[in-house]
Design a protein around this ligand. Structure first.
Ligand SMILES: Cc1cc2nc3c(=O)[nH]c(=O)nc-3n(C[C@H](O)[C@H](O)[C@H](O)COP(=O)(O)OP(=O)(O)OC[C@H]3O[C@@H](n4cnc5c(N)ncnc54)[C@H](O)[C@@H]3O)c2cc1C
Length: 393
């Protein structure tokens, strides 16, 4: 391993690898051919194992029962979890450190700690029909009426909403003449009156977590369910994005590593015209490009996480996190494409993990900010700071 890792970090990496390879990967095809679903007892076992391993509380503070692991260690765990297809690693809800900073004690008690202990599940609703990449354009409103807000609007692509019992929802506050046009984040319980499911579209992957579209018809939410100040919503969402972008980068590296393992095994044993295809230089070129790009993506992702562990400037970490997400997600898509090619016709079969990754990794260039949006973030930072401030001399 070229990157220096502590013994403790390597142990987390090892445990995550064992869990992924021994417990999750054997169920990929069951999920693929059953719309992403596993038998309930298997899903529950995976969830309990993830809880026991501590994966739901890696980022939580120690005084809340968390593990406060360095971000680099958490990245190592998510990298290993990224080796599995069909999102089988989403058998748990993990809490993020920012949630403890943003929420008051009552909200931590009612939502965040139950989430960490596997008793509640969340989903996150920002995107709307007319507000995706530009999430400042959201139109869902939170109108103040006494001690409540009435939430009205439509939210698209609400991942895991079918499994969630509460929603983090971002809306534009309307409180008469104060706080108008400010974004705020709310906890909304799933069973609240006025929540209507409009659509549950099928996507390119077979996941048991769906991405439905919802309408909120004057859903009454108590003021105590507003997270932090009216106006702080976008900051929390940026924290959410940063965390998710890091872990997308990590999972993309894990996926690419597994794809390459598979490609190597296959290329060495598949004989065409009297030779293993690994002897053909066009195959070797695909392998060489893939390992080179994977190494680059991995180093970028680890180093961006290490920046956060060293307490470096947050806006620079935001830039580096975008670079890691952009590069790792595009790298993994290229690797998946090459590995499907190396497998030939077998690579087009849904029973082949390369085929599943080829479809599944595509969305990593879209969600939590498209590749174009990551490029905008990176370019703005570069234009503002210059090369040296962004990556050193
Ligand atoms: C499977 C799935 C799950 C998702 N889960 C969630 C979720 O849980 N919660 C949630 O809130 N959202 C979720 N999303 C939404 C996701 O974050 C958005 O799809 C994404 O941010 C892009 O928004 P959009 O689809 O509206 O595309 P648009 O914003 O319409 O963009 C269309 C195209 O234009 C490009 N573009 C936009 N602006 C610019 C610009 N300034 N310069 C150059 N190009 C630009 C984009 O990069 C893209 O290529 C999910 C999406 C998918 C597909």
């Amino acid at each position: 391993m070229a990157y220096p890792l502590t013994e403790a970090a390597k142990e987390w990496q090892h445990q995550a690898r064992l869990f992924t390879d021994q417990e999750l990967i054997p169920y990929e095809e069951t999920a693929e051919f059953n719309n992403g679903e596993l038998p309930p007892e298997v899903y529950e076992r995976h969830k309990q194992q993830a809880l026991a391993l501590g994966f739901t509380r890696m980022d939580a503070p120690l005084d809340q029962g968390g593990l406060a692991l360095p971000l680099l260690t958490q990245v190592l765990v998510w990298e290993q979890l990224g080796r599995v297809t069909n999102a089988l690693c989403w058998c748990m809800s993990e809490v993020h450190q920012w949630m403890f900073e943003a929420c008051n004690a009552d909200q931590v008690e009612r939502y965040i700690l139950p989430m960490m202990h596997g008793m509640r599940r969340e989903c996150y609703a920002i995107t709307e029909a007319e507000a995706g990449s530009d999430n400042t354009a959201i139109r869902t409103t939170a109108g103040r009426v006494g001690d409540d807000y009435l939430i009205s609007g439509e939210k698209w692509f609400v991942t895991s909403a079918n499994k969630a019992d509460f929603i983090f929802l971002q809306a534009v506050v309307d409180e008469g003449d104060v706080n108008n046009d400010q974004h705020a984040l709310f906890f909304i319980d799933m069973g609240s009156e006025g929540i209507e499911i409009l659509d549950n579209p099928l996507f390119g992957h077979a996941y048991s977590s769906h991405h439905p579209t919802y309408r909120f018809n004057n859903v009454r939410v108590p003021v105590i369910n507003r997270i932090g100040a009216a106006g702080a919503g976008m900051d929390y969402t940026r924290s959410w994005f940063r965390r998710e972008r890091f872990m997308i980068a990590a999972r993309c590296c894990g996926a690419a590593a597994r794809l390459l393992d598979m490609a190597l095994d296959f290329a060495k044993q598949r004989v065409v015209s009297g030779h293993p295809i690994s002897e053909y230089q066009m195959i070797q070129a695909m392998l060489a490009d893939s390992i080179t790009e994977l190494w680059a993506a991995r180093l970028m992702t680890y180093e961006a996480a290490a920046m956060q562990d060293r307490g470096e400037d947050l806006s620079l970490i935001h830039t580096h996190c975008s670079m890691a997400k952009l590069y790792a997600s595009e790298m993994a898509n290229r690797v998946a494409d090459r590995v499907v090619q190396i497998f030939g016709g077998r690579g087009y079969m849904r029973s082949n993990a390369a085929q599943r990754f080829y479809r599944e990794l595509r969305v990593d260039r879209i969600w939590e900010g498209t590749s174009e949006i990551q490029r905008i973030i990176i370019a703005r930072s570069l234009l503002k700071r210059g090369v040296e401030k962004v990556i050193g001399k």
